[in-house]
Design a binder for this molecule. Structure first.
Ligand SMILES: Cc1cc2nc3c(=O)[nH]c(=O)nc-3n(C[C@H](O)[C@H](O)[C@H](O)COP(=O)(O)O)c2cc1C
Length: 442
């Protein structure tokens, strides 16, 4: 490896408040020690936050889904048998627990705009930003899945309208976060003035989907609202991400496709007059580390074999909101024209570019949600991460584990020292908020 020095990577740890993350094998992996930590209890997550902070990560990051999917076959059995992102407990309460056990690391959670009101969300994340001292992040998702709509007794909105609604949602939140000017809280006990009324404003937000009079009843927070994270792949999703987000979580298994994705976001940012550097793109990877290459490969095999084709098809169907049980396992997905199958097209090839069958795509989706498995010794994993960044460009990685606890510890103890020696992972946090971390290397 050669050429131009890379900037240090922004690292985030992907989590779910549940027994599986991106790997459906996680809950039954022999190294996942349910007796040491219970996934339903805060101690596991506090431990993870501390390990990630030791590794200089920007943040821990929770996905969130509000349903148990029956998209595959119309029955919940496959999801329940395979723990297909089910159960998932609410991650938001954990953010406070994790922040209380750490000093610097950002704590971010997904919250869907599909079935909530901006006032509630602005208040929730404003409060969290205070509780965490400016370390809160919100992953703004539109959640395409009819199981979710059914849980909230709502009709499904078409994809385009979901993003129109999401734009309005975030604009309303921004207006509410800005309803308290800086310096509005004066706490002048002598003259009996808590807040200066001239610095607290009604927002009178009136859009097509939402109205809110305001002001927020939460005072201006350290980041003035959380850092915004996004994860959309459609053109409208990319527009949304380019406009508002401080960071994007992207899944592109092949570095070439990751590069194309990155350029499309940065181009959009230029078009709307936003500094392309203002949004950091983090590509998802699943590190699998061994003392030797052979040990790492054996570990990958052991892990991947634990994922059933049924589980894979169930999670893939859920993510597409499309029942794949109608196709035989040897279907080449790249040859299908159904609109629902087009969004994930870059996930239908193996790492050498060969089109995969439904069974192959499904199993890989169940193993890692199709993000790249980076397998090898600590040095080889560090090399591969460096290579990915050189080919794709980008700002860093969202890491996902194959078992817990253990996998994050291995990465932090064995790979991070190598990356630090190369100047690719921070040694110290220079700021105190999540936005500070995301802009530390600008
Ligand atoms: C990497 C990634 C992560 C996502 N995480 C979540 C999540 O945790 N919860 C959720 O409800 N939706 C999640 N979504 C779904 C998106 O919010 C969105 O509904 C979906 O990607 C469709 O929009 P798109 O066509 O622009 O990609 C995720 C999407 C992507 C690409």
């Amino acid at each position: 490896m050669s050429e131009k020095p890379l900037k240090p990577f922004h690292l985030a740890q992907f989590l779910v408040h549940g027994p599986t993350y991106h790997s459906l094998a996680m809950w039954r992996h022999p190294k996942t020690d349910h007796t040491k930590f219970d996934w339903r209890k805060p101690e596991l997550y506090q431990h993870i936050a501390q390990v990630c902070e030791r590794g200089g990560f920007d943040m821990v990051f929770f996905a969130d889904l509000n349903y148990i999917s029956d998209t595959y076959t119309g029955d919940m059995g496959p999801s329940l048998r395979n723990a297909v992102q089910a159960p998932e407990h609410d991650p938001v309460p954990l953010l406070s627990y994790m922040a209380a056990a750490t000093q610097k690391i950002g704590v971010a959670a997904t919250f869907s705009v599909s079935h909530s009101h901006p006032y509630y969300v602005a208040r929730l994340f404003g409060t969290l930003d205070h509780l965490t001292g400016g370390r809160a992040g919100w992953n703004v998702v539109t959640s395409i899945n009819s199981n979710l709509d059914n849980n909230y007794g709502a009709d499904r909105l078409p994809g385009d309208q979901r993003y129109d609604r999401a734009h309005e949602f975030i604009q309303a939140c921004n207006a509410l976060w800005n309803s308290w000017e800086e310096g509005a809280v004066v706490m002048d006990a002598k003259n009996a003035v808590f807040a200066d009324p001239s610095k607290v404003h009604r927002v009178n937000f009136a859009g097509e989907f939402f109205k809110s009079r305001g002001p927020l009843n939460v005072v201006r927070s350290p980041q003035n609202g959380p850092a915004i994270i996004q994860a959309g792949t459609s053109p409208k999703g990319r527009d949304f991400a380019a406009k508002y987000s401080d960071a994007i979580f992207a899944i592109q298994p092949r570095a070439e496709d990751a590069g194309e994705y990155l350029r499309s976001i940065k181009e959009r940012m230029r078009e709307i007059g936003r500094d392309p550097n203002a949004c950091k793109i983090l590509f998802g990877i699943q590190p699998i580390i061994g003392r030797t290459e052979a040990e790492a490969k054996a570990k990958q095999q052991e892990h991947n074999d634990l994922v059933t084709v049924e589980g894979g098809k169930a999670i893939l169907s859920a993510h597409m909101d499309f029942d794949l049980s109608q196709f035989p396992d040897d279907t080449i997905l790249l040859e299908r024209n159904e609109p629902e199958l087009q969004r994930m097209r870059t996930r239908y090839r193996d790492k050498d570019g060969r089109p995969m069958t439904l069974a192959e795509v499904a199993r890989r989706h169940g193993q890692s949600v199709s993000l790249a498995q980076i397998v090898g010794t600590p040095k080889s994993v560090a090399d591969q991460m460096e290579e990915f960044m050189r080919v794709a460009g980008g700002d860093g990685f969202m890491l996902t584990s194959i078992y817990t606890p253990g996998a994050i510890e291995e990465f932090v103890d064995e790979v991070v020292p190598i990356l630090r020696a190369r100047g690719l992972v921070r040694r110290d946090y220079t700021g105190s908020t999540l936005r500070d971390h995301l802009t530390q290397f600008d």
